[in-house]
Design a protein around this ligand. Structure first.
Ligand code: CA
Length: 425
């Protein structure tokens, strides 16, 4: 089926700023509360939120096989479970409804008043009920940097890393939407100068610049999928800040991997940008040497050229750009991650979320965490207000942004923002 929604020449009758992340070619999906306190599934064009529940009630999706209440829900899980053909039909129809040359809704003021909201009239919610969350460790530069800092620069990359998309099962209950604040966690840690561990507020709070993809129902328990099929099960992507307490992590992670140093909070951007919308930005992923085992071997462009940025904004201060990375630096692709995840027969369901792992690029400016940017605090970063940061201070806000751009269009993710609050007494 043709993805008409991606037509780069289409213009909307809704006003869209040329630098907007949300032109009519994006058509992401999210969940929001309206000014009347009604929760609905929606999309966004420019700075307008569009209520898909009402649009459907008023008959704008007729001829598309959708249940009556598919958009009148507080999560996207059922819509995501409907599968790729339905996502395409709906995005194509939305593009048609808001096309500059279509007067149907454009000239119907009564309908417009019920369907279209400005962004300040709504409140974004978590878009999916996340069943399971898995975090990968897919950037070679990040794995090498962390291995150098925590272990041994001579053997930074462990022997399995070039053969397996390494991951661990994370905690989905503490994933929150952009805009919510995060409490500095307490935990057990062992500072180098002490012989025994202590318990208290973490002193080394970090962000991790990541993206996460959301799946539809992939496989039944005991079944697997092939690498060629994997892309059909990926609904879309969000920005993902996997907040980390490095002092808790450093003490607890051997031998079973991350636990409480990670599970206190992860922030996601609220609009899920579909894999379909990102199609024009497909690009090569890094060459894999040694060649992966046959079940992970793939050909062609399997990554996406998504510019990623991290900013730190002190309380009452201006934001400072601290990292400039790109999704394409990921060594293991999303399709390899998903194929590997199901290769033992583990079932992946609609609304599951897979984090990429911190995405660090080859240069110092492109490192995706404070741990790497300041090399565990050895080289502090100076912010615009003159203050220095080794890690994240109380009342700092960390903002992630991401966008794709070519000569014709820009497709972006908006913001993934969270403020760090002081630990509880
Ligand atoms: Ca992570």
């Amino acid at each position: 089926m043709k993805i008409e929604a991606n037509n780069p020449n289409r213009k909307s009758w809704l006003e869209v700023d040329k630098n907007s992340d949300f032109p009519i070619q994006n058509i992401p999906f999210g969940v929001f509360l309206t000014r009347d306190d009604i929760i609905t599934i929606g999309t966004r064009i420019g700075d307008y939120a569009i209520d898909l529940g009402t649009l459907h009630q008023l008959g704008y999706f007729k001829d598309i096989p959708l249940t009556d209440d598919i958009f009148l829900q507080d999560t996207l899980n059922d819509f995501i479970a409907d599968g790729r053909i339905t996502w395409r039909l709906v995005r194509n129809r939305i593009a048609e409804i808001f096309d500059k040359n279509n007067n149907n809704l454009k000239n119907n003021t009564k309908h417009r008043d019920r369907i279209i909201f400005t962004m300040d009239e709504i409140e974004m919610q978590l878009p999916v009920a996340i069943g399971d969350y898995t975090d990968f460790y897919a950037s070679k530069e990040h794995a090498t940097n962390v291995g150098s800092i925590f272990r041994d620069p001579e053997n930074a990359l462990l022997p399995n890393w070039l053969h397996i998309p390494i991951g661990y099962h994370g905690r989905s209950s503490s994933i929150i939407p952009s805009g919510r604040s995060v409490r500095r966690p307490k935990g057990q840690m062992k500072p180098a100068h002490l012989d025994t561990p202590i318990f208290g507020p973490s002193k080394l709070i970090d962000f991790e610049l990541e993206m996460a993809f959301i799946t539809t129902d992939v496989n039944k328990l005991g079944k697997t999928i092939s690498i060629d099929e994997a892309k059909d099960y990926i609904f879309g992507l969000v920005l993902f800040n996997d907040w980390s307490a490095r002092d808790i992590q450093g003490w607890e992670y051997v031998p079973l991997g991350p636990f409480l140093g990670k599970s206190f909070a992860s922030t996601i951007s609220p609009w899920i940008v579909t894999l379909d919308a990102l199609k024009p930005f497909k690009t090569e992923s890094p060459k894999q040497e040694p060649k992966p085992l046959p079940y992970l071997r793939q050909k062609g462009k399997k990554s996406y050229d998504i510019h990623l940025q991290a900013f730190i904004k002190p309380e009452n201060g201006e934001e400072t750009l601290v990292s400039n990375s790109n999704f394409k630096y990921m060594y293991w692709t999303m399709t390899q991650q998903l194929t590997h995840h199901t290769s033992n027969g583990c079932n992946v369901r609609a609304g599951d979320m897979m984090g990429s792992g911190t995405i660090s690029g080859p240069t110092k400016e492109s490192y995706g965490s404070m741990l790497e940017l300041t090399w565990r605090g050895q080289n502090p970063i100076q912010l615009k207000d003159g203050s220095e940061r080794k890690f994240i201070n109380d009342n700092d806000t960390v903002i992630l942004k991401g966008f794709c751009e070519n000569e014709k269009i820009r497709i972006g993710f908006g913001e993934c923002s969270g403020k760090l609050l002081a630990a509880l007494e």
